[in-house]
Write a protein that binds this ligand. Structure first.
Ligand SMILES: O=C(O)C1=C[C@@H](OP(=O)(O)O)[C@@H](O)[C@H](O)C1
Ligand SMILES: C=C(OP(=O)(O)O)C(=O)O
Length: 445
């Protein structure tokens, strides 16, 4: 465990260039595609995000092809994978064991992918991962023909995946309002299923841009689909020989937008980000325009600039960009901007209950986030700025990164368990230092 760090910033100004790591979402999709394509598709600009590193290491061992598929992957230590002795429960075959830690997308994508490998594998994750629901996806995979058992609690990891997958149907109906990751997981394996797959999405679809990202990436590698009303269809079809270039992570960029929004003056360059991103979180450019941040795409990246202007927007919806919720809510709190938020339903089943975590930590500066049905209101009327605030991170990278910008308002922000940022943005603290923040107690592990 790492010691707490204390963040401070002498001036409310920001300048320079920050090179962000690759998108965890794009990279995790690309890695699964690379594996299923048996190396026909290569991944370029693999992300440093721990979740992507872990998934790459798992796929290095558990892949339908034996060639070591990319040097970057080959160099990584599969530290989370152990071959266990056979267990009595699963007959004579070897039971492999995969621990994907806190990586939600990796857990969901592997739950669809691993049954295709004809192996016996237990897949588990952190204590929190064992509380993140997966029943909807397991039910869908069972209907498709996978043999999956729950090891401890019905509906939650760890899962025992057994060999012997045989596709039983080409049509699955699946709820869309809990996590889009279940849908992405199924779409990623669809072209490799002998009968292809038609997915009927029941009810509303949450986090829709992530499903669009999946389909766009599949299209890039030659996989066609149709999407009519609620039905997405992908036939069995081959991947084309090509590469996928992972873009920098727009969710990571959001913290720099937040910092800029809390500065008096800001001019920052984020290379390689484009306005045509597959990542729905690129909508941060529009959201932050309300806080005076202009985004100019030139020189092969985006230039952020701060203009003083009144904040007029009062309602923000995060249904299509849930990972931006903490960033924007903390900015509103720091600026004392009372606002209303919707689309936060899925936040309760992410790395932590993010609504409860936000409520607890915002209370430390006297800001209330109240819940009425599906509408959340921020009340800054009793906001008070202490000399120092200590932020709990609840094993959630986004709690650490969303609250760090508060150092522009509170003289000292202490962050507990700062290593959580490794999940998606390992260089976050060193990038803050580069940008002129003082980060005391920080050491690269
Ligand atoms: O598909 C993806 O890469 C993701 C989908 C979203 O999850 P939900 O679909 O569960 O909202 C998002 O919160 C997560 O960080 C990444
Ligand atoms: C929810 C997230 O990740 P995951 O579901 O992949 O753990 C996130 O990165 O905010």
């Amino acid at each position: 465990m790492q010691a707490n760090i204390i963040i401070s910033k002498a001036t409310k100004t920001l300048s320079g260039t920050i090179q962000l790591t690759g998108s965890k979402s794009e990279c995790n999709r690309a890695l699964i595609i690379e594996a299923l394509s048996k190396g026909k598709v290569k991944v370029l600009n693999i992300s440093d995000a721990a979740d992507a590193v872990t998934l790459a290491a798992v796929l290095k061992v558990h892949s339908p092809w034996s060639i070591v598929h990319s040097q970057a992957v080959a160099d990584r230590e599969p530290s989370t994978i152990d071959r266990q002795p056979p267990t009595m429960d699963h007959g004579p075959s070897t039971m492999d064991y995969v621990d994907i830690g806190p990586a939600g997308t990796a857990m969901r994508f592997l739950t669809a992918y691993l049954p295709l490998l004809d192996k016996n594998i237990i897949i588990t994750g952190t204590k929190r991962m064992q509380q993140r629901p997966i029943g909807i996806l397991v039910d869908a995979m069972r209907k498709l023909g996978a043999k999956i058992d729950y090891q401890v609690n019905e509906g939650f990891p760890p899962l025992q995946i057994h060999s012997g997958f045989q596709q039983k149907t080409d049509r699955i109906s699946i709820k869309g309002n809990i996590s889009s990751q279940y849908i992405t997981a199924l779409l990623l394996i669809a072209p490799s299923l002998p009968l292809g797959l038609t997915l009927e999405i029941e009810g509303e679809l949450t986090s829709k841009p992530y499903v669009e990202m999946t389909l766009a990436m599949l299209q890039q590698v030659g996989i066609q689909h149709t999407w009519d009303d609620n039905n997405i269809h992908i036939a069995n079809q081959p991947f084309k020989e090509t590469s996928i270039l992972v873009e920098p992570d727009w969710s990571a960029a959001s913290y720099w937008y937040a910092i800029a929004a809390l500065c008096d003056e800001a001019e920052l360059f984020l290379p390689a980000l484009t306005p045509y991103s597959l990542q729905g979180d690129s909508v941060i450019t529009e959201i932050m325009a309300n806080f005076g941040i202009t985004s100019q795409f030139k020189d092969g990246g985006v230039h952020l600039q701060k203009e003083a202007k009144p904040i007029l927007r009062k309602i923000f919806d995060f249904k299509e960009c849930p990972d931006l919720a903490q960033t924007v809510i903390v900015v509103c709190a720091a600026l004392g901007h009372d606002a209303t938020f919707t689309g936060l339903e899925t936040l309760k089943i992410k790395e932590t209950d993010r609504v409860a975590a936000l409520q607890n930590e915002l209370a430390k500066i006297g800001v209330k986030l109240t819940e009425k049905g599906q509408v959340y209101k921020l009340d800054c009327s009793e906001k008070q700025i202490p000399e120092k605030v200590t932020i709990r991170t609840y094993e959630d990278h986004r709690m650490a990164m969303a609250f760090a910008p508060l150092a522009l308002v509170v003289p000292q922000v202490e962050v507990e368990e700062p290593q959580v940022v490794e999940k998606s943005y390992p260089a976050f603290w060193s990038d803050l230092e580069k940008a002129g923040f003082k980060v005391d107690g920080y050491s690269i592990a």
